[in-house]
Design a protein. Structure first.
Length: 229
C-alpha cells in the first residue's frame, strides 16, 4: 500500500516555491529594476517546473517526498557541508551575480537563452525520471538501512550511476544561460564543481558500504559522463 503524503512531505513539495521567491528577491534587488524579461522567463520556468514536480511526487512518490523533507539519521557530515555550499551558490550567488550583471551594470549579454531553456528541461526530465525510478533517492547521502537500501539499475541508472547529479549540473548552469549573464556562470561552474566532488564522495561511500554496488559499478562504468567519468 502506497504511503500517504505527510505534513513533512507537503513542506518538501512547497519548499521549491520558497526557494524561487528568494532567488527572485535576490535577483531583482541586485538588478535594481524589474524590467528584465529573461529573468522573468527563468523564474517562470522554475515555477512551472516546481508545480509539475510537486504533482508528480504527490501522485507517484509521496513516500519519497516525505523522506526528502529532512536529513535523516546516518547522513554523512561531508554531505551536509557540500549541500550548504551548493545551495548558497544556487540560491544566492548565481541570482546575485546575474542581477548585478544584466540588470545594473550590464557587464555582459550572452545570447544563450535557448540553450539555458534546454538545460532546464534536461534537468527536469532526468531529475524526476531518476527520482520516480529510485525510491531511495533521498536528499542527502547515507546508507538507508532503515529502508532496505539496495542498488537500482533500471531507468537512467542503466546508463550512469548518478543521474540525479547529472540533472543538478544542468540546473546549475540553466539560470545564467537563460538570463544571459557571463559572470553568473562563475558561481554556476563552482556549483558544477561541488556536484562533481559530491558525486565522487558518494560513489566511494556506496562502493564500500552498500551491498551489490561494486558489482553494479563494474557493469555501469561511468558516474556522470558516459565515455569520460
Amino acid at each position: 500500500m502506497q504511503q500517504q503524503l505527510t505534513k513533512e512531505g507537503v513542506k518538501y513539495l512547497l519548499a521549491p516555491f520558497c526557494w524561487i521567491l528568494f532567488m527572485m528577491i535576490v535577483f531583482f534587488i541586485a538588478a535594481g529594476r524589474l524590467d528584465v524579461p529573461r529573468a522573468w522567463l527563468a523564474f517562470g520556468i522554475h515555477l512551472v517546473g516546481a508545480a509539475l514536480g510537486a504533482l508528480l511526487m504527490y501522485r507517484f512518490a509521496p513516500e519519497l517526498a516525505n523522506q526528502r523533507a529532512s536529513a535523516r539519521q546516518g547522513t554523512k557530515g561531508w554531505d551536509k557541508a557540500i549541500l550548504m555550499i551548493y545551495f548558497l551558490l544556487l540560491l544566492l550567488a548565481i541570482p546575485l551575480t546575474a542581477g548585478l550583471d544584466v540588470g545594473r551594470y550590464h557587464w555582459s549579454d550572452l545570447q544563450s537563452m535557448g540553450l539555458g531553456v534546454v538545460c532546464y528541461f534536461l534537468f527536469f526530465i532526468i531529475f524526476y525520471w531518476a527520482m520516480l525510478i529510485n525510491k531511495f533517492f533521498e536528499g542527502t547521502s547515507r546508507i538507508q538501512t532503515d529502508r532496505g537500501h539496495r542498488v537500482i539499475c533500471s531507468g537512467p541508472y542503466a546508463y550512469v550511476r548518478h543521474p540525479g547529479y547529472v540533472a543538478m549540473i544542468f540546473a546549475s548552469v540553466s539560470d545564467a544561460l537563460i538570463i544571459g549573464s557571463l559572470y553568473a556562470l562563475i558561481p554556476s561552474c563552482l556549483a558544477v564543481g561541488v556536484t562533481i566532488v559530491r558525486t565522487g564522495l558518494e560513489d566511494k561511500m556506496l562502493r564500500s558500504e552498500l551491498d551489490g554496488y561494486a558489482e553494479y559499478a563494474a557493469t555501469v562504468k561511468y558516474r556522470l559522463f558516459p565515455g569520460i567519468w
